[in-house]
Design a protein. Structure first.
Length: 178
């Protein structure tokens, strides 16, 4: 019998001074049995950094050919494809052909190695952005994970602050490719 996803509810307040975007989002995150709290919270951060009313969670880790987050226009055209983790380079190239913009959020110990191995092959894709979340920040964000979360995210000058009632995490993501 297959294990089922664990459901997390998040009330996310986004105050993005860089984009002048201020909104509250009631989100449901399905954490795949093989997904860690760290990865799930990086997905939540990716949502906050790109927050929009048409941005939604995809099947991600459950399906190889789907993004972790996706934004489509009214015709169904893929405007933004977001992957979290260390995706296969071929999948990133395929996503660049399918979507107007692709963003990959790297995190964890292998992020630097992944980038050094894949940077030459991905350099020619003008619609690709690669961002590394510092490992200390992603580990600290994992501690904010709870089945019912109320998270405030402030974004200013490329830095983010994630906070719940008792803890906060501050970091500056490293843009490796814009």
């Amino acid at each position: 019998m297959a294990l089922k996803a664990t459901i997390f509810k998040a009330e996310l307040q986004v105050s993005d001074m860089d984009r002048a975007y201020y909104a509250s989002h009631s989100l449901t995150l399905a954490r795949h049995p093989s997904e860690t709290d760290e990865r799930m919270m990086v997905r939540l951060l990716a949502f906050a950094l790109n927050a929009d009313e048409s941005l939604e969670f995809g099947r991600g880790i459950s399906a190889d050919d789907e993004p972790d987050l996706v934004k489509k226009d009214l015709t169904g055209r893929l405007k933004l494809w977001i992957d979290v983790g260390l995706p296969d380079e071929r999948d990133v190239r395929k996503a660049c052909g399918r979507a107007d913009r692709v963003t990959v959020y790297l995190y964890g110990r292998g992020a630097g190695m992944w980038w050094s191995q894949n940077a030459p092959a991905l350099a020619r894709h003008d619609n690709l952005t690669v961002v590394e979340i510092p490992q200390d920040a992603s580990l600290a964000m994992a501690k904010l994970a709870a089945r019912n979360m109320s998270i405030n995210c402030s974004i200013q000058e490329g830095q983010f602050w994630l906070a719940d009632a008792g803890e906060s995490v501050h970091a500056e993501p490293v843009v490796l490719k814009q």
